[in-house]
Structures are given as C-alpha cells and as structure tokens.
Design a protein around this ligand. Structure first.
Ligand code: FAD
Length: 363
C-alpha cells in the first residue's frame, strides 16, 4: 500500500508530537509514524523510580501545560505518559502505530519512507526518533569475558532485581547517579565514574539547565564567548533520591576501572571488586539508521544540520536529538521552539499556503 502526504514525521514521542502541533497549526497535510504500540515514546520504558528533573510547569510541550502531579514536585514517568497521551488526543494528531520506518529514500522530486506496513511518499520528512533505541556501551577490555549480568540503562527497571547482589554501576551522569541511588539501600553498590562526580547545587534543577542551554546557543549564534552551557554547571541534578543517598554517605564514586574479569572489575593499580552485575549507564547515540539510504552521516554519527534542517537534504529535518538539533531540544520544554522552526521551514520550502497569515511567517 502506498500513501501520500506532504510531510511524514518519523517518531511519535514528545518530539514528534511537538512537530505535529506546529504542522497542524500551519494547516499542513502530515502523518506521524511511530514504531511503538502505545503513546509516550521512550518514557514507556523508564525504570520504576524515574522522576523528571524539572517541575511540571517546566516540562510542557507547546500549547498545553503539563498538569501538576498530586503529591509530587517532580512528576514520574507514568505522569509524562498520561500527559503525552492526552496531548495527542487533544490535538487529534494523525499518528499511525505501530509503524516502523525502515528506510528513507530519494525518489525524484519526493522522498519515500519504506515501513514495515507500506510505503509513504512525501515532500518532506521530520525525523524525531530519539536516542533511547541506540544505547551506547564503551569498549572496555574483558567485557566479553565477564560471566555475570551486564545491562544498559534501557534494561534497568527496579532495585528488586538486584537485591543482595554486588552491583557495579558505571556512569557519572543523571542516569548513573539515579540508578546508583536506587540500588544503594538494597545492593552492595560500587559506583564508578570517569571523572569525579559533579553534582549541581541542590537548589538547581532542570529549569537552570534549560536556561543554560538557551544562553549558550544565543552566545554561539551571536559569535560571543561560549558560556559552556549545561556542562558548566555540573553533570548530576541532585533530585531528592540522589540527594538523600549522597547525604547518607551511600553515593561515593570510585574512578573508572580498567578491565573486567570473569567475575570482577579491576583497576589499574591491581585492586578489584567482585561483581554479580554491571549496569552501564553510559549514554546513547541518535537512532538514525532509517536515514542511512540518504548518505548524510557526518562526524560522530550525527547528520550535519543548520538549525534542524539537514545540510545535505533540505527536505529533511532532525528534531529532539540534542543541542545539535536545537538548544535543549532533547527535553520536553526545549523541543517546542525547534519544532516550530522546522514546521515553518517546511511550509516555506513546500510553498504551502498556511493558515492565518497566508504564509509561514518568520516571527
Ligand atoms: P523518544 O521518546 O525516544 O521517542 C521516539 C519515538 O520514535 C519512539 O516512540 C520510537 O519508538 C519511535 N521510533 C524510533 N525509531 C523509529 C523508526 N525507525 N520508525 C518509526 N518510529 C521510530 N527530559 C526532560 O525534559 N526532563 C527530564 O527530567 C528528563 N529526564 C530524562 C531521563 C532519562 C534517563 C533520559 C534517557 C532522558 C531524559 N529526558 C528528560 C530527555 C528526553 O525528554 C527524553 O529522552 C525523551 O524521551 C526524548 O523524546 P523524543 O520524542 O525525542 O524521543
């Protein structure tokens, strides 16, 4: 079956929904194709105790504020899923699930998205597939030899699964710190970080991170001094569970080990600690394999962009993958602006008369 629309959005997580909101406002003809069976993107797979690092008011997509979650300053993942579900219903976004895009191809004047359930011909594509689906594990000697359990952040669910075990958590970012805090009370925990753990001040949360990312982008755009952005503040938001475990003396980071043996991790000075499980909280890469047929891949696996538009293919926009596709665009509050810019850019490119002013106005 072949279907034609002006714009195909690939991915129906928060980024795809923000794109849909703006495409709808401009009156464009579009479809959102999402590989998941249900709403919520990566939030559906979060571990049980995960909470946002910003209050609800700072975690909203365009048009519709996230409601406060009763009894919680920082909403949990189920609340985010509920919000995203209500959001797509409220704006009647044309989402097709589950539909996985296998490849995007040039097809004369059009682009063609081949999926596991048919072909979509389109004049423009917004790729909003996130990073959760491409976990990154570093190449550490002995990884293949280790006989215990190894898993990545994406597979972690609950401390119940590791009760009484000797667990090594690798990673000095928010995921590493939060999972280490989760395990600290019921497992024999070793937490290792590549550089000394850098906690943000206790009164700083995601609001300040968003402001820092925006200030950095403005400074770079204006050609003034790089403010250092989010990284200048620290690596770990001291959300309440992290703060509690740290203050109880349970979150002490050791340096990164140099190799794994069959049943332990070992440091360069020869010391070692036995381990039943190693949890790699070592980050993600953008999930872009569906764009491989376009041949646009640049350094570090990224596709070079101006704003959200691919430098080598003006009909393609990338949304929500990180600062390289808009400041703080990989956050709920940050994706709205680049989504708006992408939708406007596409309306102009396609020369589609838009609702309201007659053309997509650049205001
Ligand atoms: P996703 O949520 O990953 O959605 C992408 C969608 O695309 C998925 O439904 C996926 O199935 C689909 N897809 C993928 N490939 C294809 C394909 N080929 N064809 C069709 N569909 C496809 N942000 C905040 O604002 N506040 C926070 O507190 C916060 N905490 C975070 C904590 C963790 C541990 C992590 C990892 C991230 C956190 N973020 C937070 C960042 C961000 O909000 C999430 O990563 C968010 O899920 C990104 O949304 P997205 O729509 O870009 O991607």
């Amino acid at each position: 079956m072949t279907t034609s629309v002006d714009v195909v959005v690939i991915g129906g997580g928060q980024s795809g929904l923000a794109a849909g909101y703006h495409l709808r406002r401009l009156g464009l003809d579009f479809a959102i194709l999402d590989a998941e069976a249900g709403a919520g993107g990566a939030w559906q797979h979060a571990w049980e105790s995960l909470h946002l690092f910003s209050p609800a008011a700072y975690s909203s997509l365009p048009g519709r504020p996230m409601p406060v979650q009763a009894g919680e300053v920082y909403p949990d993942a189920s609340h985010v899923i509920g919000y995203l579900t209500a959001y797509e219903q409220r704006y009647e976004l044309p989402i097709h699930r589950p539909v996985r895009v296998q490849g995007v191809h040039r097809d004369g004047q059009l682009l063609r998205a081949e999926t596991d359930s048919g072909t979509w011909r389109t004049r423009a594509v917004i790729s909003a597939t996130g990073t959760w689906w491409r976990p990154f594990l570093p190449a550490v000697p002995g990884r293949a030899a280790f006989r215990g359990r190894q898993l990545h952040t994406v597979e972690y669910r609950s401390p119940r699964d590791f009760a009484g075990q000797r667990v090594v958590v690798v990673g000095g970012g928010n995921s590493g710190a939060q999972i280490a805090a989760d395990l600290a009370y019921t497992s024999d925990l070793t937490w290792v970080t590549q550089r000394p753990a850098r906690f943000l001040a206790d009164d700083i949360d995601g609001r300040a991170l968003f402001d820092a990312a925006t200030a950095r982008r403005r400074a770079l755009d204006a050609g003034t001094t790089d403010t250092g952005g989010v990284a200048s503040l620290g690596d770990i938001v001291a959300v309440p569970p992290v703060r509690e475990a740290r203050d109880a003396g349970l979150l002490k980071a050791s340096p990164m080990f140099t190799r794994l043996t069959t049943n332990s991790v070992e440091w360069s000075d020869g010391t070692s600690t036995a381990a039943d499980s190693v949890i790699w909280c070592t980050g993600f890469r953008p999930a872009l394999s569906h764009l491989a047929p376009l041949g646009l891949r640049g350094p570090r696996g990224h596709i070079p962009t101006t704003g959200t538009r691919a430098v080598g293919e003006p009909r393609l926009h990338l949304l929500g993958y990180g600062d390289w596709t808009g400041p703080a665009s990989a956050t709920l509050i940050g994706v709205g602006r680049p989504a708006r810019d992408a939708a406007r850019d596409i309306a102009e490119l396609l020369d589609v008369p838009t609702r309201g002013s007659g053309r997509a106005a650049r205001t």
